[in-house]
Design a protein around this ligand. Structure first.
Ligand code: ATP
Length: 297
């Protein structure tokens, strides 16, 4: 089966759900606590594996107890972890998340070991990258690592699917070397420096990226649907209508499943539909696929 190599972050999310967020300096008690594995890289690797893909994951975890549990979870999902590096003396990536009664939140991320996924680690992982039929990236690892991977992918003619999230500064000249760019409306607005609040505006913003040489731009629009834009066509689909309980990481599930469908040779429309179905299932499950609740027993 064709191999997908996902390269990106692994995190542990420590989540407090409470009736209201504290004011500065205030302590609010009575919260409900969850620990969830996350990180956009890990989420997308797990989503691709659960969608039936043959997945290898390249990532850095720390020396803490969570690291072994994360690696075991990847293995349990059938993911090749030969190049999940354990960084001595470093904590794994952590996100501290407080969620108030109306869904409002405070989030602070400590990348920890994720910051150590440098170009030299990518070189070490070349044996597995050489087997890749597609590389899947996000933007929670160092910029210099991403440019290095794009160079390698181009050299070896391996298509790159890049979920440009979270959106941050990047050298625009690299965009012409990306095959598939997946963005939500906020991210495409950021890249195009345009306000994006509806599909027409999203399409106009996506066009500017096509003009810069991206082969396919895929825009996800939450419950509204998604579309792909190329130089010659636009294909749009509606989202499945479901009762959403937790939309966190819907985009990650979408990307993982999309990679599987595309690598299997699906048409763009079918790939979007498959990705959208996987993401719709994920939003109906609280803290689940691909964010998997830590077994606390
Ligand atoms: P996140 O940052 O939470 O991972 P995102 O902002 O990157 O998400 P979205 O555009 O919100 O990505 O969602 C990705 C895809 O997930 C959508 O294109 C859609 O297919 C599916 N999706 C998201 N929310 C819903 C919903 N409420 N109902 C059905 N499908 C949904």
């Amino acid at each position: 089966m064709k191999k997908i190599v996902v390269i990106g972050s692994s995190n542990i999310d420590l989540i407090m759900k409470m009736n209201r967020l504290p004011e500065k300096g205030e302590t609010v008690t009575g919260a409900e606590f969850f620990q969830v594995y996350g990180g956009k890289g890990a989420n997308q690797a797990v989503a691709a594996a659960r969608a039936g893909g043959n997945v290898a994951f390249i990532s850095c975890v720390g020396e803490d107890a969570y690291a072994s549990q994360m690696i075991q979870q990847f293995k349990d999902n059938g993911i090749d972890t030969s190049f999940v590096f354990r960084e001595t003396g470093m904590p794994s990536g952590h996100a501290l998340i407080m969620i108030g009664g109306q869904g409002e939140n405070y989030i602070s991320v400590a990348p920890g070991a994720n910051d150590l996924l440098g170009p030299e680690k990518i070189n070490e992982a070349l044996p597995i990258i050489n087997e890749a039929e597609m590389i899947v990236l996000q933007y929670e690892i160092p910029r210099k690592t991403l440019t290095h991977i794009i160079n390698i992918g181009n050299e070896k003619n391996i298509p790159i699917l890049w979920n440009f999230a979270p959106a941050q500064e990047f050298d625009f000249s690299y965009f012409s070397r990306i095959n598939i760019l997946v963005l939500n409306e906020t991210e495409v607005g950021y890249l195009a420096k345009m306000q994006v609040e509806n599909e027409d505006e999203a399409e106009n913003a996506a066009k500017t990226l096509i003009e810069r040489g991206v082969e396919k731009v895929i825009i996800t629009r939450g419950a509204e649907g998604a579309f792909v834009l190329t130089e010659h066509e636009k294909v749009r689909i509606s989202s499945y209508r479901v009762d959403a309980v937790d939309t966190t990481a819907a985009g990650d599930t979408f990307c993982g499943a999309l990679a599987v469908a595309l690598i299997e040779g699906s048409s763009l429309k079918h790939a979007l539909e498959f990705a959208s179905a996987a993401a719709a299932i994920s939003v109906t499950r609280l803290g689940r696929n691909p964010r998997f609740l830590l077994d606390l027993k």
